[in-house]
Write a protein that binds this ligand. Sequence first.
Ligand code: DNO
Length: 354
Amino acid sequence: MKMTFRWYGTNDPIPLSYIRQIPGMYGIVSAVYDVAVGEIWPVDKIQALKQQVEAHGLKLEVIESVPVHEDIKLGKPNRDRLIANYAQTLRNLAQCGLQVVCYNFMPVFDWTRTSLEKILPDGSTTLAFDATTIAEIDPSAGIQLPGWDSSYQPEELKTLLAEYQEVGEETLWANLTYFLQHIIPVAEAAGIKMAIHPDDPPRPIFGLPRIVKNRDDLARLLAIIDSPANGLTLCSGSLGADCNNDIVALVHEFAARDRIHFAHLRNVKVNAAGDFYETSHRSADGSLDMAAILSAYHQHGFSGYVRPDHGRMIWGETGKPGYGLFDRALGAVYLNGLWEGIVKQANKTAEMNV
Ligand code: DNO
């Protein structure tokens, strides 16, 4: 597996020179942030980002994300222009040597939490989701959520939510299908692997449809076009926020089919009511067995990209919620350590069996 780290470009308070010092770090996952959603990412901007990353001895092979314009998700008439732009962005990325593009198809909100600073017993802070708090929000009265406060103007959000009133799950599937039918052939020809990120959390919120939530949704998505270019970002923490999702089983199923192009490794502590908070990556701290998850990847000869996902804020660090340096660095080292153990154990077993 190739260990990577998400970096938000020059506005990220964490310098690339620090990321490089994390043991076992292969590359950076990033994006071009100064092009409006729906417009084409020019080659020179992609090249500049790549050179910046490579100047620090790191690779840039994965993009997270090329965002999908809401009008594509809504199936509006101007989607053809937006999809053509998306396709050109993919060609430009391929020209610069990019391999994997992560994206999502969540209406309006990407990851959603009710607190960005839940205090854990050890004094660290983390992102948390309280199902009752979310259920009590009346979207028509406006939604104020930490992390999203400044993303939309209240009127803009109202209009967008109203537009989605007409879009149920099946319409959203149809719009995703339309998008993939146009994009996957382009990705395939260019040598790019598309990797959809599941819904976070994996359930409908505020009456908005969410369609990438569980095993059946992932299988349905892959069946739309059976191509290696149509793949997954398997996010353990997003899917793991529903305790009915068996992450180890998902890895076995989809890694065996070689459709996991990017693995987000995050641990969460969940309860049956659907509340959860993000923990350190260590298995004992959360509900997910990270060793079992990595073993499953290893059994299928996984050599793709992974990244430690969100981290807590520790050691007094402040910054972008979920995206501090310290806890994610600990996560990367922990995951690399697990992987080394798994690889060595497997090699030893193989030798004994010769
Ligand atoms: C959360 C991330 C997501 C992810 C997008 C991919 O921190 O995992 O925001 O980047 O959903 O499109």
